[in-house]
Design a protein around this ligand. Structure first.
Ligand code: C2E
Ligand code: MG
Ligand code: MG
Ligand code: MG
Length: 282
């Protein structure tokens, strides 16, 4: 797009774009190295049943601790991975970390029923995806029921039929699916009817907004009500206050996740967090 604000502005704009492209290229090269070199990590955030506060499961969140740039946010490097095709390697890395972590928790007697892994729609376009996944889970001896996938829709679904086939296959292997960030991005109501999904995760913007305005409260309430009518479960993300947790529970929302309960933390920190005999140090 060409801006019509004069020559000087245009040059500045172009330089900005060039700079962005350069930066993206540099990050792509560095991410490829990071995937081989141990700069990546996975953190875990608890999901709590709103009714009684018990642990429902955890969500795995990828982290990139860059030696010179510092922590690169997942929103940045996941987008880079999606553009460059590195998303498959990233996904495999996260899966193996999660499977290893489940074994570690099991061996230590720490009960974590399931880990939810974020899945980009692109990952589903690789035909071998489900079989590779199934094999990995088997080789670790982990029940597929303990792995769930949070589907994020950041662009419109490009191959809806192929995607649907893969999702049905995932379900048939025992992996549970949920829609992430519902109400934001490209998810729409027909997806609730078409996708083999039993749980909706309400986008955190509505939870955040619920404290400030009536519209976001009404939308949140409507999503929970709709989910109930469709026999689907609801998770609220971005729960930051006790008041939000209580309000969501009273609406009938099943599960809450957010800083009010805990921030994402390393697997080892999570073990201490769940162990009642060890004081939690944050
Ligand atoms: P998401 O799956 O919707 O994850 C929720 C995000 O909200 C996480 O950000 C989490 O750290 C943050 N969060 C949790 N509770 C609160 C809260 O109470 N307040 C606020 N303000 N934020 C909260 P994070 O870790 O930066 O991840 C951002 C996004 O990156 C994720 O959004 C997910 O879409 C994507 N992502 C992260 N890890 C992976 C991965 O392994 N694979 C893929 N494909 N995507 C990933
Ligand atoms: Mg998620
Ligand atoms: Mg979200
Ligand atoms: Mg998301």
């Amino acid at each position: 797009a060409v801006k019509e604000t004069g020559k000087a502005d245009f040059r500045f704009y172009e330089e900005g774009m060039l700079e962005q492209a350069r930066e993206r290229l540099a990050l792509t090269v560095e991410l490829r190295e990071a995937l081989q070199g141990g700069e990546l990590a996975v953190e875990y955030q608890p999901k709590r049943n709103l009714r009684d506060g018990t642990l429902a499961g955890v969500e795995a969140l990828a982290r990139w601790r860059h030696p010179s740039r510092g922590d690169v946010p997942p929103t940045v490097f996941v987008a880079i991975a999606e553009r460059s095709g590195l998303i498959h390697a990233l996904g495999e890395y996260v899966l193996r970390e999660v499977l290893g972590q489940l074994k570690t928790w099991d061996a230590a007697g720490i009960q974590v029923d399931y880990v939810a892994i974020n899945l980009s729609m692109q990952e589903l376009t690789r035909p071998a995806f489900v079989d590779t996944l199934h094999r990995a889970v088997r080789s670790y001896g982990v029940d597929p029921m303990r792995i769930r996938f949070e589907l994020t829709e950041s662009t419109a679904m490009r191959q809806p039929e192929e995607t649907m086939r893969q999702l049905v296959k995932l379900r048939s292997h025992g992996f549970d699916l949920l829609i992430d960030d519902f109400g934001a991005g490209y998810w729409n109501l027909s997806h609730l009817r078409e996708l083999p999904v039993g749980t909706i995760k309400i986008d955190q913007s509505f939870v955040r907004g619920s404290t400030l305005n009536l519209a976001d409260r009404e939308i949140t309430e409507a999503i929970v009500g709709l989910a109930k009518k469709l026999n689907m479960r609801t998770i609220a993300e971005g729960v930051e206050t006790e008041a939000q947790a209580h309000w969501l529970r009273d609406l009938g929302c099943d599960i809450g996740q957010g800083y009010f309960f805990a921030r994402p933390m390393t697997g080892a920190a999570f073990s201490r967090y769940l162990d009642p005999t060890v004081a939690y140090a944050g």
